[in-house]
Design a protein. Structure first.
Length: 161
């Protein structure tokens, strides 16, 4: 057994072996949005009469979930057949919260423009939810929900409808 596979999460849990195949398949789809191939982004740029390379870079930035979901397949019960409904629901909530946190911290916008503090908070919550030290993933999910609520409450104050 190689040193790498001896310490991988997937080798410890036979119920997660299908996740290894799904991860490889999932990551094979990244060529659709990553430059210089970016077939989907180049096709969209042609339809929109936009610069194909700029469109592919934007597509890469917006496709953060494409890289997060395989990690969540390996480290959570996202594809585990032995997971209860509660564990599966929490894995989906974790994944969605991480994707939202990364997207709003990269773009700087949710329902209105984010302040620098809100962007930093969102960026800090993504690894907190992912690595979930001492059950802090639940707290991270609540912080992201709180950030969405704050954005919702303050959107009308700025004239955004």
């Amino acid at each position: 057994m190689s040193q790498c596979s001896r310490y991988s999460v997937i080798s410890f849990y036979p119920s997660r072996w299908p996740a290894a195949h799904l991860i490889i398949f999932w990551l094979s789809q990244t060529s659709n949005v990553t430059p210089p191939i970016a077939l989907a982004a180049f096709a969209a740029a042609g339809v929109a009469n936009a610069n194909p390379m700029k469109s592919s870079v934007e597509a890469f930035k917006l496709a953060g979930g494409l890289f997060i979901i395989p990690i969540m397949m390996a480290y959570t019960d996202l594809v585990s057949p032995e997971a209860s409904a509660l564990e599966f629901g929490f894995a989906i909530a974790q994944t969605a919260a991480i994707i939202v946190a990364l997207a709003i911290s990269i773009e700087g916008y949710l329902l209105r423009a984010l302040s620098k503090m809100e962007r930093v908070i969102a960026l800090m919550m993504a690894p907190l939810i992912l690595f979930n030290p001492f059950g802090a993933g639940f707290v991270g999910i609540l912080v992201i929900i709180g950030l969405i609520i704050v954005q919702w409450k303050t959107r009308d104050l700025l004239g955004v409808r």
